[in-house]
Design a protein around this ligand. Sequence first.
Ligand SMILES: C[S@@+](CC[C@H](N)C(=O)[O-])C[C@H]1O[C@@H](n2cnc3c(N)ncnc32)[C@H](O)[C@@H]1O
Length: 376
Amino acid sequence: MTSDDGQPTSAVSDIARKMREDWDRRAHVDAKYWVAATAEADDESYQESAVKDAAALLEGLGDAVGPEARVLDLGCGIGRLAAELSGRFAEVVGVDVSPQMIAVARRMHAQKPDVRFEANSGVDLAGFADGEFGLVFSYSVLPHIPPDVLEGYFLEVGRVLREGGLFRFQFWIGEPHAAAAADTLSIRTYSRAEVDRMAADGGLDIVSTETIDYFDPVLKMHPVWVNARRVRPPARSVTPPAPREATTHISAEQELEYGLLLYLAVKHGERGEIEDAERVIEQALRLDPSRPEAYVQWATWRIEADDLKGAVTLITEMNTRVPDSTHGWLYRAQFCEAAGDLRTAERALDKLAALQPDDPELVEQAAAIRKRLRPL
Ligand SMILES: C[S@@+](CC[C@H](N)C(=O)[O-])C[C@H]1O[C@@H](n2cnc3c(N)ncnc32)[C@H](O)[C@@H]1O
């Protein structure tokens, strides 16, 4: 088996590697945004989300877990929730497949000695002893994880929980909704029977669920908190996930990530944070250079900054990468006309005409430029 760049791959570790690389990449762009995904995409809403989600986490626990318990946050990200639990339990340990997330978590919460962070393999909880935790919790992690990895985590959570300990996790239960096997971003939903089965394999009994106050317009459902109690040893030990193709291009995952990056960039742009906006839009462009949106958005910011040359460079790249975009050729003609490069403007109009556009407004705009270039 070889990867896209022709390198031989170890299939067993592919998914662990892909999870690590994908989440490291996201963390490098903006870790707070990628863990909290707030509509405002700013620091303030990140902190609000931490307080709100941690309160919901604790409220559902009631007095089921005492202050003497050691707690594990599975997929802790940058410690958004783990840090909020400081002072409440003997120790809180956050684990995450992304070393980049863990590095940020350590920096952000260095002053909290009862909260520590460790990178893990992404497929097991090796390094933690049987029965060492009274509570394992996980928020906005398990629905993104490939199903075979998820099954392994139920076994591992059952192993590291003490008898009677609690696993409290956020999940989507309803009409099953799958994703490509190596997709690390799309949300998967499971039937209640399937969750019961996976939990039971881990030696866990689901004792209750609580609806979370958020409605997803795409999935058309609310997520839930699931509370599962550790009632017996897991049915078996975790095994490495099954080998699979080293898929690096998954269109649904890429489309979602691209859309979320674009959203973040636009939010920065609206707040006038142009440096951040351009840094993020560059990531979207790198992720998928064959889509037009990032070029157009970025060129717009360049125009607003009076950098016509920069805008022309971007649209020229867009014309190469997205040659079928009629708007791309129209922008090229407009920008080149404004820059005084009339020959290139005219060639762009020829390219546009060859695509036989049927958008009357675009045709009209092109005709107006042509008339200005050749008035007679
Ligand atoms: C949407 S973020 C949520 C982070 C955190 N739970 C929170 O609520 O702030 C998902 C996190 O899960 C981590 N993650 C994804 N797959 C994982 C895996 N297989 N094992 C451990 N962590 C994983 C990612 O690196 C990322 O930090």
